[in-house]
Design a protein around this ligand. Sequence first.
Ligand code: PEP
Length: 250
Amino acid sequence: MKKITVGNWKMNLNLTDSLVLAKNYVKEFKDFTGTAVACPTFLALDGVAKVLAASPLKLGAQNMFWQPIGAYTGEVSPADLRDCGCAYVIIGHSERRQWLGETDQMVNQKAKAALAAGLTPIICIGETLQQNEQDERENVLINQLRQALNGLSLNNNQQLMIAYEPIWAIGTGQAITTKDADEIHGFIKAYLRKIMNSAAEINLHLLYGGSVTANNAPELARLSSVDGVLVGGASLNATEFLRIAQAFNK
Ligand code: PEP
């Protein structure tokens, strides 16, 4: 299975700096042969799409709404993301769940709408530090997956990404250990095999996210249970993001 590296720029860059980073990506990735995705803010999508057009890099959004059109002030439709050149969309990031009250039901509606619009959803799941310490991780993940994937099936042309992002590892510099990543990814994959239709076996990728850097990427990339990574902080440096992507394209 081809591994994938996704960069989540979050709200860290203004428009000018987003274009500068996109240009640096293009320079760094000129000989890259794998799959790497840049996810700028909504407002930067159009400009970044133009910069990335002649490169192997793909474009993703950080969020979307589940309705195709209508009176939904402030929201952005899946079709508009496609028109901007997006192939991917992050859904249910823990920061959206924390600050915007995004629920598993919303994630479910968004994932279905993304697939229907021809986008590949990257659904984020993950437990808090407290849930982890109280041994609730597996239950939390199962609940999130069960609700997020409810009624969702894939056809042969559709792809779905799940990003396991332990909340305590996001932006903290404290990534999961390789052993723990392998164990929990194995657990998640076994559950996904149980609940998803058979096309999902081939078209479903399980990414890890949380303090991935160029230093820990090679070890994570060697795990067959890790199909790629969702990278926040380290994606803001084009050279480091390339090193991570190269580790996942061996
Ligand atoms: C993220 O934003 O999803 C993320 C994993 O961030 P970081 O790599 O900075 O921990």
